[in-house]
Design a protein around this ligand. Structure first.
Ligand code: AMP
Length: 115
């Protein structure tokens, strides 16, 4: 846990979130500023800054994030129509919260390339 991290505060229950899925390793909650009809963030409970900080010890947390993303997609009925799974690293990608998270976006056609 990183005391000044927004998502660690959500994991700790100190800041409320619209949680859709929780396991011992991950939390999934609706994005506060949704960019699509379905916009859920999947995060490891462990504080990892971004994909660039992943290490050999993080494999199970990473697998849990992908498993959760699949479950969210199924629960939100996105699996047949399709969805986008995105993680941002650093300023040019627009990362604004420095705790690894995967955006699950769906419910509309997704443009490519992203803006
Ligand atoms: P990124 O820009 O990739 O770092 O994504 C961070 C995301 O966190 C943005 O889509 C924000 O809208 C979202 N966000 C920020 N604060 C909260 C919050 N308190 N609850 C839910 N989502 C949030």
């Amino acid at each position: 846990m990183s005391e000044d991290c927004l998502f660690c505060q959500i994991v700790a229950g100190k800041i409320p979130a619209d949680t859709v899925l929780e396991t011992d390793r991950i939390l999934a909650f609706r994005d506060i500023n949704p960019q699509a009809p379905v916009h859920v963030l999947v995060i490891p409970k462990k504080h990892i800054v971004s994909a660039m900080e992943l290490g050999d010890a993080d494999g199970e947390d990473l697998a849990a994030c992908f498993e959760a993303a699949r479950e969210v997609a199924r629960n939100e009925r996105l699996d047949s129509g399709g969805f986008r799974l995105v993680t941002n690293h650093g300023a040019e990608a627009g990362q604004s919260v420095f705790h690894l998270h995967f955006h699950v976006l769906g419910g509309r056609a997704m443009g490519w390339p992203p803006g």
